[in-house]
Ligand binder design. Sequence first.
Ligand code: NAD
Length: 359
Amino acid sequence: MVKNIAVIRGDGIGPEIVEQALKVLNKVAELYGHTFNYTDVDMGGCAIDKYGDPLPENELKKCVESDSVLLGAVGGDKWNDVPGNMRPEKGLLRLRAGMGVYSNNRPAKIWKQLADASPLKKSIVDKGIDFIIVRELIGGIYFGEHKTENVDGKSTAIDILAYNEEEIERIGRIGFETARKRNKKLCSVEKSNVLDSSRLWKKVMHKLADEYPDVELSDMLVDNCAMQIVKNPAQFDVVVTENMFGDILSDEASMITGSIGMIPSSSLGATTCGLYEPIHGSAPDIAGKDLANPIGTILSAAMMLRYSFDMAGEADAIENAVSAYLDKGYRTADIMSEGMIQVGCEKCGNLIIENLRKV
Ligand code: NAD
């Protein structure tokens, strides 16, 4: 298969970690006979330096025209004083809007080799943690009207939470499709005992379920879900939820897995062209020191293969290689523990490639 990938190295540790992910993708291409073509895209601080704009139209066009986008991270102190609409992070918001991605998907997976890094009890971690939160990204209360006005002589703040059935249906589909590519269990999370928007959410999810008879749908109230994530995370496969609930639950879920450097993410919309990036930022404190953990980016590349390119075997091969690397005791500084072998960013990439086998 031939795939065209837009590559945004970005700022800080971005270039170092993306380099490792590209090496892994090249090895996958070699093993499976694929061709991955890369188009470099400037975004973030480096684009401000070059063009005076964090994401010029032409750079965005390269992303929209690609089969998918791989991003390292953007931002850094150097650009703290630029005007708000020219900040590196604005490039990211424009990229998401320009690509029309309305779903953010974040896996919460505990690697058995790193179980000690989880704040949860061993007895809970031992049951396994491996689920994805599919969060609606461009609707709900964050995008509703916000105002503060005087009502009956009191200053009163109002935030509107609105969802229409189309917005719910399209994120629901991403939830069902994601579950289809995993263990076929989808948990829809809402607050239907209180909110009208949640009652509509639930209704639409159940209507959609008729189209996905192979996926088992369940419902859970958001307050219960927050408890279940720490009490019994092994029960989840895919969780689908609205913007604000997803914001909170996905941070909770990433905490229980231990290390920020290990977690990938994807953002998807109506097409298979997705945006894949680690959840961490540009880590300027360790940039250029060969200290960064590239695994979040390497696993983001694996997600790209699984969810945008329908290459499940290839994605499994990358995840197996990461697991084999951890089994052999290698650790970057962020996850280093006693008795393990510390390696730098580049060596980590090389070792993962050495452990990559066709499945
Ligand atoms: P950060 O995620 O960059 O760093 C937080 C801490 O985690 C730091 O100590 C860092 O060294 C460490 N860390 C992060 N990723 C790591 C990795 N792969 N390996 C080892 N250690 C890692 O968050 P921050 O310090 O709050 O933000 C730094 C910059 O990144 C800011 O300019 C911020 O705006 C930007 N940012 C960008 C994105 C993005 O591009 N998507 C997301 C968040 C923050």
